[in-house]
Write a protein that binds this ligand. Structure first.
Ligand code: MSP
Length: 582
């Protein structure tokens, strides 16, 4: 419950330091705070984090994996801090014109097609250690019931009316596009003149239909209030400003159904089987379905965090909170928005043929290697350019070199013949510099211990801010400092005298403490690799929680309980160095 306790602490801090909010969640009202919601909500107790649900029109690519790995890492961090009973949901978005057309083009029945592609996403997540608690498919009957109930709520509250939609529609984005957001273009394959959406570049078609409209135009002021009173409503600030701009421009009512004769692949509008519910309304409700809506969602709602890519921020930060407000539910606490992965400066997309196959890259680099790269080079605010050369360089330097190198040094049988966790000598490395005559520790060595003690606190803030690259940078720096420390004292050059052996053990102890603490803190990013590291160091499963990383006994003048313990079995190199040309 660490995060909730912190949330409570921040309530009081927030009064004086609101202006610092973007820099640190610690000083803002945490989006994870327990609140007593208005409307239909009751007391919320449990953490809920989600990924978008993925379209099944084609198999997953690296960009999809990134959304999921980011959410998974933050969820694992929450769990490491003790958040129990949380939900981390993902799944597949299976209705709509785009999927209907994809099934036809593959000559398959729609559901059979969805079954197959959805399974690819499941496989990918299981291979890449994405530990979701729920995997939802919008074709499930439980979801259909939730959508029907939600629709009826909107309707009975008076927010849905029958109307006519005349305008542009992009099937690729499954989005209605206003006239002033459409421009002329030429289809590269046919050479024909077409219209495209300015924001996404995808082709739009004119559509005129009788359908149901949602009174989105009424929600501008309430949405602005939500945005302005909650610094994390849309995060980071770049996207918050974007959303603010849209709200200030004013909102138009939104078509929320399609004629069923044109779009049979979807959930029919309750009590009107001539209409199909708009795929985005259907899809967004998945977040409620996973927490038991309409009967049992109270413990989890509102969602703490929806992780989304920048292309779908409008749906999550404008439509979704408005739908929720209309249905008498609280809007989400936070919509965390990330940028995209590019391939040679172009957005990855199947039509461009430049997608990176995550299954293939997991085979080359291991799941945790790929996760490490994505999180080290992916930042929320800016697009990242993928290249295999970069992956090889980063993984060799950080995992094979920095962490793997330190582990090898500490555990080499020549240096550690008994294969036990060595003792720390408080005489040779006293708590304070220069306090004892036989102290061998230098000023630099004290700096290492200080960095190690401070690491959990600062890494914690980086996780909270979704600055995973900073988590990795700082931890790697600390490991680097430990490598420097070992190098400085060269334990392999020490002799066999009891004093020399005591000092060699002390040096190894400090280096292994660095690996232990770093290993615990990096578990959310590389669950498998760090588990192997910790096992090799002899750290028990019950000693791998966040609070275990916060304790560095040797720096506190306490004897560590694991001193003298036999190390875990040697199961080979931690991370195999990669060849340049993979
Ligand atoms: N089905 C909708 C989401 C509905 S949620 C209620 C959808 N699906 S998607 O498959 O197109 O995209 C899913 C996620 O993958 C989005 O967050 C999107 O931003 C992300 N990515 C797709 N391509 C991407 C990159 N090239 N890079 C990073 N993420 C990208 O939208």
């Amino acid at each position: 419950m660490g995060i909730i306790q912190r949330g409570m602490r921040t309530i009081f801090l927030a009064r004086r330091t609101r202006f610092l909010c973007e820099a640190r969640w610690l000083v803002c009202p945490s989006p994870y705070r327990r609140v007593h919601g208005g409307g239909e909500s009751q007391q919320k107790e449990r953490f809920l984090i989600t990924t978008p649900i993925f379209y099944v029109n084609s198999v997953p690519h690296l960009g999809h994996l990134y959304s999921a790995v980011l959410a998974d890492t933050v969820h694992r961090w929450q769990q490491l801090k003790g958040a129990g009973g949380s939900i981390f949901s993902t799944g597949t978005d299976e209705h709509g014109l785009k999927i209907q057309q994809a099934a036809v083009s593959h000559g398959k029945d729609s559901l059979q097609f969805c079954d197959e592609v959805s399974q690819h996403f499941r496989d990918l997540f299981s291979k890449s250690h994405v530990g979701h608690t729920d995997f939802i498919r919008t074709t499930e009957s439980g979801h259909r019931k939730a959508v029907e109930h939600f629709w009826r709520k909107l309707q009975s509250a008076g927010y849905i009316y029958q109307g006519k939609y005349e305008g542009w529609y992009s099937t690729s984005d499954e989005a209605f596009v206003p006239d002033n957001k459409v421009m002329d273009s030429v289809d590269k394959t046919t050479g024909k003149n077409i219209k495209v959406a300015m924001e996404t570049g995808s082709q739009v078609e004119w559509m005129e239909e009788e359908n149901y409209m949602f009174r989105l135009s009424e929600f501008g002021p309430r949405l602005l209030k939500w945005l302005d009173s909650n610094p994390r409503a849309v995060y980071p600030s770049k996207y918050r400003s974007l959303v603010r701009g849209w709200l200030e421009e004013g909102l138009e009512d939104l078509s929320v159904s399609r004629q069923r004769d044109r779009l049979p692949w979807g959930i029919p509008v309750p009590d009107d089987s001539t209409q199909t519910i708009y795929v985005w309304l259907d899809a967004l409700v998945n977040y409620l379905t996973v927490c038991g809506y309409p009967d049992n969602h109270h413990a989890h709602w509102p969602a703490d965090c929806h992780v989304v890519g920048k292309d779908i921020v409008r749906f999550h930060a404008v439509y979704w909170p408005a739908f929720l407000m209309a249905a008498g539910l609280d809007p989400p606490r936070s919509v965390v928005t990330h940028s995209h992965w590019l391939m040679e400066s172009q957005k990855m997309s199947k039509s461009k043929g430049n997608v990176v196959d995550p299954f293939d890259r997991i085979q080359r680099y291991s799941a945790d290697g790929l996760r490490y790269f994505l999180l080290k080079h992916g930042v929320l605010e800016a697009d990242g350019d993928y290249s295999d050369e970069k992956v090889v360089k980063v993984l060799n330097a950080d995992l094979a070199g920095n962490i793997g190198g330190l582990l090898n040094r500490c555990l080499a049988t020549s240096l550690n013949p008994t294969q036990t966790f060595p003792a720390f000598s408080a005489d040779m490395f006293p708590m304070h510099l220069g306090k004892k005559s036989n102290s061998l520790a230098t000023e630099e060595d004290y700096k290492l211990l200080k960095t190690l003690q401070e690491l959990p606190g600062s890494v914690d803030q980086h996780y909270e801010n979704f600055h995973i690259y900073k988590v990795l940078e700082e931890t790697m720096l600390c490991v680097k400092q430990a490598n420097g420390f070992v190098h400085r004292h060269k334990p392999w050059k020490l002799g066999d005298s009891p004093q020399d052996r005591e000092w060699a053990g002390t040096v190894l102890h400090v280096a292994m403490e660095t690996l232990r603490v770093s290993g615990i803190l990096l578990q959310p990013v590389m669950p498998d690799l760090m588990s192997r590291l910790l096992s090799r160091l002899g750290v028990e499963e019950t000693e791998r929680s966040w609070s275990d990383a916060e304790k560095v006994p040797c720096a506190e003048g306490i004897e560590a309980p694991y001193v003298g313990r036999t190390l875990g079995a040697d199961k080979g190199v931690l991370f195999q160095r990669l060849q340049k040309k993979n």
